[in-house]
Design a protein around this ligand. Sequence first.
Ligand SMILES: *Cc1c(COP(=O)(O)O)cnc(C)c1O
Length: 429
Amino acid sequence: MNLEKSKQIYEEGIKYIPGGVNSPVRAFKSVNSSPVFISKGYKSKIQDEDGNAYIDYIGSWGPAILGHSNEELMEGIEDIIRDGLSFGLPTKIEVDMAKLMVESYPAIDMVRMVNSGTEATMSAIRVARGYTNKNKIIKFEGCYHGHSDSLLVKSGSGTITYGVPTSLGVPEEIVRNTLVCRYNDLHDIKKTFEEHGSDIAAIIVEPVAGNMGLVAATPEFLKELREITKEYNSVLIFDEVITGFRIAYGGASEVYAIEPDMACFGKIIGGGFPVGAYGGKKEIMEMVSPLGGVYQAGTLSGNPLAMHIGYKNIKLLQRDKSIYDYMEKMAIKLEKGISENIEKLGINATIVRFKNMLTLFFGKGPFNNYDDVQKCDTELYAKYFREMLNRGIMLPPAQFECMFLSAEHTEEDLEYTIKSNYESLKAIK
Ligand SMILES: *Cc1c(COP(=O)(O)O)cnc(C)c1O
């Protein structure tokens, strides 16, 4: 595969952008490669600067759920642009969008738009703290909630529940209020509440974790989180930045039939534009400025163009919910095919699926938490990734990420992917 142009752009890029990319995963460092620069996308495929085409399983990490350059989504976009891009004053589409989100996600009564998932989780935590007048929050090892200071935390060694920063530049004083627990571990969460319960403002959780590879919460675990937060008057925040409008129209809240007090969104709700949102119960959201004392603002929040596209993206999903059945059917087919290949070749790997998300772990399951996935062979994943790339398949460029299906992936795409998976696994064996 010729990647000359991508290499040239990369060489130029590293002079002006740290690592040549605007988000670290794009650097392909985890797969010992240099980045592929994309020029365009159509339906389930993307094309790079050298003209190579790929079946895309990244889908912009979720937003491209209706495929790339969806014609219905794009229709009329020029008219919207012609009317002006941003005013810094309210527009009707913002109200339409908020209403649609509240109707789509019964747990929330009100919603505030922001510009990224990071902003959504950061703001939700501030609101939860303001509402409860408590300081500590609980997050789970392996869950990712964007890059705000208090959430860039992993568990400390031994029995210390206090987290330690996962990034330079994050003061220890800040993460001291973030407690880190084990995902899917009921005992750990109970113990932490026994010790710190009176000062825990919120639990934030990915109800289906997509940022340590795919690890779904057990129903018992989410149920326990719901009950214990009620008992201690803490706020339960579902980070549905990936799962919202993805694993079902109503996200993980619908799938697990659990209503959090607050929820965060991003990715899909912008349809490809930089959009995030956080919402919650009325009395919680009334804490937000200008109604309440929790400050949060944004010059481009609710940007009209982003709102129009985001609104339409959600409307298209709402119009035809069979899209979810289709994507799951496709994901099951992929899971089955890959699973058979693993068996035939006797590879030490496990394909994990939840609804329309998948991860091929290079290790033996079960995968219930961060410790479990850490046992995977990331070097082998890197080799596998490159084999697949050479066959025209774009997988997430890191072991601990998910593959995303779209409504535009075809039977033919999947058959080719399964065949390539066989050849690639055989090549790295
Ligand atoms: C991507 C992601 C975020 C951060 O969203 P950005 O738009 O990248 O800031 C937060 N939470 C989860 C679960 C995510 O997957």
